[in-house]
Design a protein around this ligand. Structure first.
Ligand code: PHE
Length: 337
């Protein structure tokens, strides 16, 4: 077998080395190529060893060819290593982080002032034996009005001008107060009973610092054999004194009119003897017609109802002067609580 000419061997070594380098994408492969070509038993030393029996002149030319090739391959390896390094740096950029950097601050959420007040209100009423119930925000005309003794075309309906939902023939609306829950609850539960029904209400009205189209109420209802107006006053006074942490807080009843109570009152509070009375709730003794509407005998059962404005309470407690801030979505306001 005719052995290959050294010149050819160099050529194919060169070709192989370059091909291998072209396909190398990591340092591991590069190291292998280095040992394949320059290691003790690598391609180049082997060829060089084979030159030792050659005539001197030839050996010299072969030697310098070999050296040039060695230089060429080494140069190529250097370039390749640079590329791999660059690639790796790009690849690892996302996994890389500086452990000495200060941690990211996790911002914690907190309750809206209305939610906080609601929680406090619920806790106080629970401590007085009231159950907490909830009703739908999209209400029927019947529960929002008729069941509460507010028939169609009755002028009192104007007090609760609300948003009707389409199609109008379904007679659905956004509840204008939480009182519908009184009728809903009494239909399904037998007295004696004590409930509060907190929730969001809606009214179609011009807004100002005290009025908003969306607001919160807490309905209260207590029905028993002898439940009376004095009980109402006692319960409201106890509740308000606890809520405002003020033993000297005073309340007063003023005659008022709501079709579902008789007599009806508005409740005012005085937080500070030097300040004016502030209206905080509507209330009264449940109207016999309302009891009849839910199939209760008004000669057997009697009781009271009240509707507290939750926003109004939050405003007093936190000294907020504009009700519209609650729903403004303005974080500068919300973050103060
Ligand atoms: N629902 C009445 C309102 O929104 C308040 C109220 C509740 C009055 C219960 C009397 C009894 O104005």
């Amino acid at each position: 077998m005719a052995s290959k000419e050294p010149q050819d061997i160099f050529q194919s070594l060169r070709k192989d080395a370059f091909k291998a380098l072209e396909e190398a994408f990591d340092f591991e492969t590069i190291r292998k190529i280095e040992s394949d070509y320059f290691g003790k038993n690598g391609g180049l030393p082997r060829v060089l060893r084979g030159l030792k029996d050659m005539p001197e002149l030839e050996r010299k030319t072969m030697g310098s060819t070999a050296n040039a090739l060695k230089k060429e391959i080494k140069e190529m390896i250097k370039i390749k290593k640079g590329e791999i390094e660059k690639n790796n740096a790009l690849k690892n950029k996302d996994d890389w982080f500086d452990i000495s950097r200060p941690g990211k601050k996790i911002s914690r959420g907190h309750f809206h002032p209305i939610s906080r007040i609601l929680k406090e209100v619920a806790e106080i009423f629970e401590s007085m034996g009231f159950e907490i119930v909830e009703g739908p925000e999209a209400e029927t005309e019947y529960y929002n009005f008729d069941a509460l003794n507010i028939p169609k075309n009755h002028p009192a309906r104007d007090m609760w001008d609300t948003f009707w939902l389409k199609p109008l023939k379904n007679r659905l609306l956004l509840r204008a107060h939480t009182s519908p829950m009184e009728a809903r609850y009494m239909e399904k539960n037998n007295p004696p009973l004590r409930i509060i029904a907190p929730g969001r209400c809606f009214r179609h009205e011009a807004t100002d610092t005290l009025h908003e189209h969306t607001f919160y109420q807490v309905e209260g209802l207590m029905i028993g054999k002898k439940t009376n107006l004095a009980n109402l006053k006692g319960i409201l006074e106890t509740f308000l004194r606890k809520l405002f942490k003020n033993k000297d807080l005073k309340i007063r009843f003023r005659p008022s009119y709501y079709p579902f109570v008789e007599p009806g009152v508005d409740v005012d509070i005085k937080l500070d003897p030097k300040k004016d009375w502030l209206e905080i709730a509507g209330a009264g003794m449940t109207h016999p017609q309302v009891l009849k509407n839910v199939k209760l005998n008004p000669n057997q059962w009697q009781g009271f109802a009240f509707g507290l404005g939750l926003d109004r309470i939050a405003m007093l407690k936190y000294k907020i002067d504009d009700i519209r801030l609650f729903h403004s979505g303005d974080l500068r306001f919300i973050k103060q609580f």
